[in-house]
Design a protein around this ligand. Sequence first.
Ligand SMILES: [Zn+2]
Ligand SMILES: [Zn+2]
Length: 331
Amino acid sequence: MCVLFIVLGVIIVLFLLYLIQVKKVNKGRQRAEEVYRNTVIPKFEDKGSLKKLSILPLIDSKSLNDDFRTENGVSYFASADDKNILLDLGFNRKKEHPSPLLWNMEKLGKSFKNIDFLVFSHAHLDHLGGMKEHKTKTFSISQGVTETGDIKVYAPVPLKASAFNPQLSNITVSKEPTVIMPGVYTIGCIPRHLFLMGNTEEQSLAFRIEGKGIVLLIGCGHQTIQRIIERTKMLFDEKIYAIFGGLHLPILNKGNVSLLSLVQYAVGSDYAPHQGLSRKDVYDAIESIKAENPKYVGISPHDSSDFSINAFKKAFGDKYVDINVGQVINL
Ligand SMILES: [Zn+2]
Ligand SMILES: [Zn+2]
């Protein structure tokens, strides 16, 4: 009888906590919505554009072959004319040195000495280089000293370089859309209040390629692709040429539920975990991208699932490009 009362008590407490969380999330959602709607976004005056662009995934959860380390995070290397830009630093969940990022860079002949700009999409653990980094609002390339060149850092929220890379202190908080160099931009923060992770400010990279249009490179896509597209169209006159990166679509496959998709499903959207993302979210994302008729589309496996990737492959056919560590995408 006593055990029954304890169990009942625990259930009631959990239910009350859940109701408090729902109230908090609803308030946060409302605030994020207001911020988004009230942000005035003028078109970029800078008309610079790139002659060539290539994107090389350095960290993601799938790779071209077994030579590379994979993990549930993101780091994408972009070569834009004569400059190199890195979006995010991966996860380094096991706190290694060299990190999986450095390991893969070495395999691919890339070095931090040749990186000009480091851009963070958002301040989550799988993009800042670790759990501790997420908690302390810092970032690490690896859990040991790494030599770098003179790198300019852009982050959507205030961040500090960790003790392993104190030289990376030239940090700009790019809350608003920002010109990184002619032809390379951030589209500015789009806030979203996630059910368990709270308010998340995320930005994406946009590249303008001469005669082709805008290439979007996205970290986790918590903003939703619909809003990323909407923001891009406010900033640029050119059409969207390509969309790559995380769109946060970890739909659970029946009978094949990976721990990765379960965690992403539970914590990474503004739905309550029992409601979760649905197939409709995947089809809605596909429709919104199709309306722009881009030439190439590829979604990050780190925050999607086989169901979502297959749905995109089916919808985009030849236009679909796999995102694999070590597989360069020339644009
Ligand atoms: Zn995230
Ligand atoms: Zn992520």
